[in-house]
Design a protein around this ligand. Sequence first.
Ligand code: GLV
Length: 325
Amino acid sequence: MSRQKVLVTRGDIPESGLSILKNKYDLICWNKTTPIPRTEFLSMVKDVDGIFCLLTDKIDEEILSTAGSKLKVVSTMSVGLDHLNLNALKTRGIHVGYTPGVLTDATAELTIGLLLATSRKIIAAEHALRNGEWTSWSPNWMCGPGLANSTVGIVGLGRIGARVGEYLKPFGVNKILYSSRTEKTDAKKFNGQHVSLNTLLTESDFIIVTIALTPETREMFGKSSFDMMKSTAIFINISRGEIVDQPALIDALKNNKIRGAGLDVMTPEPIPLDHELLKLDNCVLLPHIGSAAIEARREMSVITAKNISAVLDGHPENMPSPVNI
Ligand SMILES: O=CC(=O)O
């Protein structure tokens, strides 16, 4: 009997995950470290039994119909699912796996780092030093607001939002507010107060967006949200760029309607170098590295592979992280 086939959409997947698949299945790999072009994806996906994909790979009706009826599992090495057409996957009875949990610490760490880099101008200060602009210690130079005694608002209290709350506690934050559909017991760990989004936006000194991108959350931050924020507010987004109406954010930053923004995600990704966002000096931009801790990426590849092997071995109930669709 011929071996089952798994398409792996990237050339630099950590070996810890790939080795789980290598001995059992025929791997069809896009061997480059750049995203698989659509035409290659469509040609390589034919007749595969499983797909190991990343958040850069759009899995839609066209990919699924081209893959054909053997496809039993799509496993993404990400916690975000917005690149997957879940309805189409469900209709076809294809199992879906993802990697929540193992990237929570890494992403929460990066969130705190990005917040501090933005508020305390860490990156601008380093550039200034290298450019010879450090002429003396100066009382007002490179100053920004501290976290101690501040109010922080976390939008969306999933795993990552809750961990961010825990990590913020030792900074002596005065209040941690959060908005989510329901009250979360996790919020007890950091005395988080459940408030409406409007209250969060008007009262917070730091606003951290950790909510997943869905049709309901797309562009949930627009002009009216930025108008509601304090003129001293700092806006942090580690979720997806599409959560934000980006021109409205650029307008708020340009006109100092808010103090600054730290973005690990934006639209498009990668952002072109001549993009308006890059012209703003009150905005810190990172290249979507939230989960980029070595250990997290290793674990993500392992979970992605195990999700696939559970299904292809006939035991979908053993998937470590199934998406319940
Ligand atoms: O953004 C990263 C992820 O979805 O894992």
